[in-house]
Ligand binder design. Structure first.
Ligand code: G3P
Ligand code: MG
Length: 264
């Protein structure tokens, strides 16, 4: 079943309006009218997939140490901001489904845990969104992780995530049967964008918090932007293009399509 790719994606759940990678953040994004959220998923010491960005706990919680060495009993007792705890991936999925949000699930393995993280997250993604009208999009900087996702959950769409797309980026998109290219907005070269557009591969850029930069990227032909500034880019000001005029994923295949009308 096809679904539209919204132009704005709330980065790390709720961007800067709530603690990152929390259920509170996802609720803020939904309340403000965002149609898509991105969050990072890593395995705890007990192998439970949870929402967190860093490999260590210090920056975003009142805990210390490595996430992958921390048992659930400790992890879920920590404050992840404003008194909330680190969410389980399953809780975030339920919330996205409840609000009809497109979830960009970024597989964020701790170093050395790429295969295990990808296996757990991709299988669970397929289970958690089974039958959902709005299907998720998996992505990762780890090409190894995406390879596992391709093999274990082929029905879930994948986006290849780079800081700067390497010269062979399209070969990787093809090999991983991905439908989108995600990269750092500041490292997107014109040649890459032109090649992506020529092959109808949507380009999604992170992290765009300035209106002028957003305007420029959309004018260049970027399809969607991740932002922390949910307050600046409300969906009511930037509604997603209607499905029939815009980009749509084909869940049943590995192809992507983008109509001319979607292009600015
Ligand atoms: O997936 C886009 C973006 O989230 C990648 O960067 O470090 O915020 O996970 P990071
Ligand atoms: Mg991320």
């Amino acid at each position: 079943m096809p679904f539209p790719l919204p132009r704005w994606i709330a980065h790390r759940g709720g961007g800067s309006l709530a603690p990152e990678n929390t259920l509170a953040g996802i609720r803020v994004a939904a309340r403000l009218g965002f149609k898509a959220v991105e969050f990072d998923v890593m395995l705890s010491g007990d192998g439970t997939p949870v929402l967190i960005h860093d490999e260590t706990l210090e920056r975003t919680t009142n805990g210390a140490g490595r996430v992958c060495d921390t048992p659930d009993s400790v992890l879920f007792s920590l404050d992840a901001g404003h008194g909330g705890r680190i969410p389980r991936f399953a809780e975030a999925a339920a919330l996205c489904r409840e609000h009809g949000l497109l979830a960009n699930v970024e597989i964020k393995p701790a170093a050395g845990h790429e295969l295990a993280t990808a296996a757990v997250v991709s299988r669970l993604t397929a289970d958690l969104w089974r039958g959902a009208v709005v299907q998720p999009l998996l992505s990762s900087f780890s090409l190894e992780a995406l390879e596992v996702a391709r093999d274990l959950a082929p029905e879930i769409c994948r986006g290849v995530l780079f800081e700067a797309p390497p010269p062979d980026w399209r070969a990787e998109v093809h090999r991983l049967r991905a439908i989108s290219l995600h990269c750092d907005a500041n490292l997107l070269r014109d040649e890459v964008l032109a090649e992506a557009r020529a092959h109808d591969i949507p380009v999604l850029c992170y992290t765009v918090n300035a209106p002028e930069q957003a305007e420029m990227l959309f004018a260049r032909g970027v399809s969607a932007l991740f932002t922390d500034r949910l307050d600046l880019f409300l969906q009511i000001h930037c509604p997603p293009r209607p499905a029939k005029a815009g980009f749509s994923f084909r869940i049943t295949g590995f192809e992507s399509s983008a109509s001319e009308a979607f292009r600015p």
